[in-house]
Write a protein that binds this ligand. Sequence first.
Ligand code: KIV
Ligand code: ZN
Length: 525
Amino acid sequence: MTTTSKQDRVLIFDTTLRDGEQSPGATMSHNEKLEIAAMLDEMGVDIIEAGFPIASEGDFEAVSDIAKASKNSVICGLARANFKDIDRCWEAVKHAAQPRIHTFIGTSPLHRDITALSMDAMADQIHETVSHARNLTDNVQWSPMDAIRTEHDYLCRVVEIAIKAGATTINIPDTVGYTIPRESADIIRMLLERVPGADDVIFATHCHNDLGMATANALAAVEAGARQIECTINGLGERAGNTALEEVVMALKVRHDVMPYDTGIDTTKIMGISRRVSQVSGFPVQFNKAIVGKNAFAHESGIHQDGMLKNKETFEIMRPQDIGLSGTSLPLGKHSGRAALRAKLEDMGYPMADNQLKDVFVRFKDLADRKKEVFDDDLIALLRDAGAADQNERIKVKFLRVICGTEAPQSADLTLEVDGVDKQITCQGDGPVDATFKAIKEIFPTTARLQLYQVHAVTEGTDAQATVSVRLEEDGKIVTGQSSDTDTVVASAKAYVNAMNRLLVRREKSAPDSDVKTVKYTDTV
Ligand code: KIV
Ligand code: ZN
């Protein structure tokens, strides 16, 4: 049996709901915050910073409801260095089985200027406020904001005061994302060496990503002795964001040989929470983002695809399953070879005999020369042309013409083929996409709710292929449709219809998880 000593264990402190929510435009609703907190709790996050209770009534309510609902995680609230903030924070977190107050003050010269406090006056304030928090709970975290730009002697002095006043965790924030890994480590090492009582508390690292080094800085701090990493899902946060939870956790897992520290995170929950945070915050995950980006487990070139099919470790340092994906993506494009096409078709339920594959491969190469990425829909159309696929889509887009522009009303003239019968309608809407979706719903009424509509330009320029993702929800069943076209409205109509067809299949099978494969990659963006 392997045991993890205190020294080997790194606590994960998630601040998606506080620092992450501070990203301009990332506001989440009360219920969304509760949902994300439950997911964080379930995935094994040690401490959830649930909000800043004094900031608003909404923040207060969210923190207290999260505190009431928490199961395993410590629930923490943020408070400035004054009694009113700290009391309000305590009122919210006290409902948790394990509450924590996190109080902070800016200690660098720039921040001391703003608060007009001398070094001595600030030191006194730190002593009073941390003592006050400690009288409310024995779990108190203290942060010298902008620690990295604080004079070292003063930083040591105030950290010592906070420890003496009863802080149990000392967080060292790189508030403006200014540090580099070596310095991040040196500061933690210095504090551990110079500050009396440092061995009795946990040091935390809180890094912003302004220079793209947040994850590296956090890990360097851990190597120097920090035992709590503050981070957010998808790296959400002020400006360029924070250390991404998924990055530090996976780095510690994959490079355990050189960083032998454990976290309590169930990594298979990473993809699910990443998608959900992206949806509720409205912040898409960039395609090439480490771990959770759409392309993080995608291989297009023939050599890479062939290598992957023979031995996945050739081009992957972790398994997609480790973060909760069902498999690797081998997107098909002009660089793809026969092996990848065969594997993809088999995966889609179309195993090919050699001679059949030969014909389909020629057609595929021809299409791939014209299109940047060949999607499942394209392959089905191609198989159909080659007489190799069943026509199992109940609804098809036959004709679409829209009127759009500055003069309302915008309208869509649409013909759908439904179960082999053409149905035509003209609808008006608030823009061409709205008119088109209304027309689809008129022809084929459903109770499905549009959860997500996203457009991506796959290539650059005004002739770009637009890829549209549409997510529909009906009675808890979620399906995603996708389509590409140089005409965004046509791609939108086809993506919507694609989702509808999937929904119809789901209704027939009524198997709750049968669409997992589709959700897998299209869902992240
Ligand atoms: O970045 C920062 O300094 C913070 C503090 C409130 C810890 O978020
Ligand atoms: Zn921060």
